[in-house]
Design a protein around this ligand. Structure first.
Ligand SMILES: Cc1ncc(COP(=O)(O)O)c(C=O)c1O
Length: 375
């Protein structure tokens, strides 16, 4: 089918744009020897894992289900980090993962017997206590009181037996300078540990596939770390893998008026793009402008009961009509992985747009998907 025939609401992933991002990431790993993993928390559309596999060396998981998905659908290196694991999860993790990252020394010791016997590579997540972002405390693992990562004060100068790696994740949608600054802080605080490991994982939050990202500086940093410490360097971007590589296509179902025209769409911020409310942010909308920039300003909202289920105010050259289709951009990441059926809202279709423009329906959800999560 072509784009116009897609039933809405639908997430449409643009294969060509995804592959362009993957080429950029592959170029980084070829130039710097960095090992790049897909952070599945951002994007787990496993229909395209065969494509991703051609360019990345594996995946990282935030829990056992993501790890299982990577083992079944992607292959390659399989890493996992979770603040805490149950014994059952750990027994499964050591079978399907080659790298396990613990968030505390107590978790490391609690599961020691299981991971030691399995012979997997084990790391500790550290907290450099070095914030490089303002305004989004919810996305700052270095914020005061953070549970994420062992602080210097709590890490012994000789790493526990069997620990071969360190991991930190502190960035969110950032260019390379905050990473360089963070690594300098890691060297200052954890320099003694860097000489005791064989790999370091610099986490995610690197907006590598954004146009203005300084790829040369990233490669330089990775090569510096590899050379100076003689260790492997991992990056685990989520966003950068599918940045700007997807759309959420929606239809205007009604237009009501209260101070301004309010479009009621067949999608929902709360259900289909929760980051719009959580972060919060304003998703780009094709052919639309900021409020008052174009002739007609409208509020875009949804079919749910939540008064605040508003995507934002946008302006248009022509007044939208019932039945019009609108296209939100940059909707591949943190969308499908976070959606929900609050209010019994149907889940959007998942569509893959191939390089020639052909759109393949990958998955359609229905009432059963709503009911099966309830009892
Ligand atoms: C431990 C870890 N690694 C990687 C990522 C991926 O980050 P991003 O999608 O911003 O690149 C996250 C995001 O929360 C994370 O918590």
């Amino acid at each position: 089918m072509d784009f116009e025939q897609i039933r809405t609401p639908a997430y449409v992933v643009d294969e060509k744009k995804l592959e362009n991002n993957l080429l950029i990431l592959k170029n980084v790993s070829d130039r710097s020897q960095a090992k790049i993993l897909l952070a599945q928390k951002a994007f787990s559309m496993y229909r395209v894992y065969p494509l991703i596999k051609k360019y990345l060396c594996g995946a990282t998981a935030s829990g056992i289900f993501e790890a299982r998905l990577a083992a079944e659908e992607l292959g390659g290196e399989n890493h996992i980090f979770c603040p805490a694991f149950t014994e059952e999860e750990m027994k499964e993790a050591v079978n399907i993962c080659d790298h396990i990252v613990f968030n505390s020394l107590t978790q490391l010791e609690l599961h020691r017997k299981i991971w030691e016997n399995a012979g997997v590579s084990v790391g500790i997540r550290i907290n450099p206590e070095f914030s490089t972002q303002e305004g989004h405390e919810i996305y700052d693992p270095c914020a005061r009181g953070s549970r994420l990562g062992v602080t210097r004060e709590n890490l012994p100068s000789v790493l526990p037996k069997g620990v071969t790696g360190l991991h930190f994740h502190t960035l969110c949608e950032q260019n390379v300078q905050p990473l360089i600054d963070t690594f300098r802080a890691v060297e200052e605080k954890f320099g003694d540990a860097l000489s005791q490991i064989s790999w370091i994982n610099l986490g995610g939050g690197h907006h590598i596939t954004r146009e203005d990202y300084d790829i040369d500086a990233l490669c330089e940093l990775v090569m510096y770390i590899r050379k100076k410490y003689g260790i492997e360097v991992y990056l685990e971007p989520g966003e950068a893998v599918a940045l700007n590589a997807g759309y959420l296509v929606t239809t205007v179902m009604d237009i009501v008026t209260n101070d301004m025209p309010i479009l009621i769409l067949d999608t929902s911020a709360a259900c289909h793009m929760p980051d719009v409310l959580e972060m919060p942010y304003r998703p780009p909308l094709k052919n639309a402008g900021l409020p008052s920039e174009k002739a007609f300003t409208c509020r875009l909202s949804s079919c749910t009961c939540l008064a605040g289920d508003v995507i934002g105010d946008y302006s248009f050259d022509d007044m939208p009509k019932v039945g019009d289709r609108l296209v939100f951009e940059d909707m591949a990441i943190y969308s499908m992985v976070k959606n929900n059926t609050f209010n019994g809202m149907p889940l959007p279709d998942i569509v893959l747009m191939h390089g020639n423009g052909d759109c393949e329906l990958v998955k359609r959800f229905g009432y059963a998907d709503f009911k099966e999560r309830l009892s």
